[in-house]
Write a protein that binds this ligand. Structure first.
Ligand code: G1P
Length: 288
């Protein structure tokens, strides 16, 4: 089975749930400890062996592309001040992986955003999609987990999480047959079903490995829930034609697109850092 070489990161959303912080700063640039969330997503791509990252951006998102570019001013200052360790942190970013960006000119939905990557990804190879609101912290990265299942099955693979019944209307929900503890063969999917109507408790988390053929299905997908061109609707067609699998993730998912999730992600990622963890634990004990 071929290697997954390319990843698409849709980053054109407005981030209204995090206003006013996101009035002039893209939500993808919100810090998780000392890295913008989008950097953790790109690092996940690198860890999974991705060679080219395609960012789908919109207006006011220039700082994201800047972040993955060389910053001569910052690097020059750090070099003159002999701050080697910081210099390394700043400069290795631009050499991690090739990052290109494409603008989504109109906010027509997630399916449409992924479709914008077609000229760069092409229809002939599978690729990964990572939604930057979803940070997944585990022993292995979520994309790595999906690539592994793709290599076994040859089909598209969706990251899955168990969703409480009152929250199914926030997710793409699937039906499927468990192959083992964590792997699932998908048999149906629906975007944001009304509470009480979901086909199971398995929801799509923001990681996918998709066949290149998805682009032609996206093109034919009419507007769905919320008046948007939904990725899930195109994936249902891929599933029917070519099959689709899911993997219940081993890692823990944080939705950083909302304030509570952003704070939780910051705590979880800080606790992973030996130089911060002890102090933070002692601090938190005062509140709980
Ligand atoms: C998107 C997808 C949905 C998926 C979710 C995961 O929805 O459309 O299928 O379950 O991401 O975070 P959004 O959260 O962008 O509304």
């Amino acid at each position: 089975m071929g290697k997954i070489r390319k990843a698409v990161i849709p980053a054109a959303g407005l981030g209204t749930r995090l206003l006013p912080a996101t009035k002039s700063v893209p939500k993808e640039m919100m810090p998780i400890v000392d890295k913008p969330a989008i950097q953790l997503i790109v690092e996940e791509c690198v860890e999974a062996g991705i060679e080219l990252v395609v960012l789908i951006t919109g207006r006011y998102k220039g700082s994201i592309s800047d972040h993955f570019d060389v910053s001569y001013e910052v690097e020059d200052v750090l070099e003159r001040k002999a701050k080697g360790e910081l210099l390394e942190k700043v400069s290795h970013l631009s050499s991690m992986v090739d990052v290109v960006s494409i603008r989504q000119h109109r906010p027509l939905g997630l399916g449409h955003a992924v479709g914008c990557a077609r000229p760069i990804v092409g229809d002939d190879e599978p690729f990964a999609v990572l939604l930057p609101d979803d940070l997944i912290l585990g022993e292995r990265s979520a994309t790595h987990e999906l690539v592994e299942v793709h290599q076994e099955t040859g089909t598209g693979v969706l990251a899955l999480v168990e969703v409480p019944p009152e929250k199914v209307n926030l997710y793409g929900m699937i039906a499927g047959e468990r192959m083992d503890n964590r792997r699932v063969r998908c048999t149906d999917m629906v975007e944001k079903p009304a509470v009480g109507t979901a086909p199971s408790n398995m929801g799509i988390a923001g990681r996918y490995v998709l066949p290149g053929s998805v682009f032609s299905y996206i093109e034919e997908t009419p507007r769905g829930v919320g008046g948007e061109i939904q990725l899930t609707d195109a994936l249902l067609r891929v599933m029917r034609e070519e099959g689709m699998h899911g993997k219940l993730l081993e890692g823990m998912r944080y939705d950083t697109g909302d304030a509570g999730g952003l704070v939780r992600a910051n705590i979880a990622y800080a606790l992973e850092r030996p130089e911060l963890a002890d102090d933070l634990r002692a601090f938190m004990r005062r509140f709980v």
